[in-house]
Design a protein. Structure first.
Length: 170
């Protein structure tokens, strides 16, 4: 069962990432990228790394995607003209990928609910905090500076200079 779930989730991640790269509308690309991140998170959980799966959801599918949407709104990237045809043709890939993620999640929860006890990879919050802020303190500081630089860069790119209208003409 785990092997089948692995291959389904791998296909979902690859297809969602491919759709992310090929979409012209930036918001649709972000939606596909979020689906790819969720598929990767479930894959990490399936492979026995629940902490990495939680980080994948919290950091990448949550914070980074909010940052991407913020940049899209700041730069005022207007979507291209809507595609002709009914709306279900545009949303069918998103719905199918979301359905595949939902089915895999339910199957994984059904398989995992039969197990009991503390898994061998469990780390207490105290152990995790000690490892994060004692052994990897430099890495945490480097990442915090990178996030600070990204925020300053986003502000610089999105600021409106005096005497300039929002359309970009002086």
């Amino acid at each position: 069962m785990a092997t089948i779930l692995f291959y389904i989730l791998s296909a979902v991640a690859i297809v969602a990432t491919g759709f992310c790269i090929t979409r012209r509308n930036p918001v649709h690309a972000v939606i596909y990228l979020v689906q790819g991140f969720f598929a990767l998170a479930i894959l990490f959980y399936l492979l026995g790394a629940p902490l990495v799966a939680a980080w994948e959801v919290i950091i990448y599918a949550g914070a980074i995607m909010v940052l991407f949407l913020f940049v899209i709104m700041m730069l005022e990237l207007a979507p291209d003209d809507p595609l002709p045809g009914p709306g279900w043709q545009r949303w069918a890939p998103v719905a199918l990928l979301a359905l595949a993620l939902l089915v895999c999640s339910v199957l994984l929860l059904a398989v995992e609910s039969g197990k009991s006890g503390i898994p061998p990879y469990y780390a207490s919050p105290r152990t995790f905090g000690y490892a994060l802020f004692k052994e990897y303190a430099l890495a945490v500081e480097v990442v915090s500076f990178q996030l600070l630089f990204a925020a300053v860069g986003a502000y610089y790119v999105g600021r409106n200079e005096r005497g300039r209208d929002p359309g970009g003409t002086p």
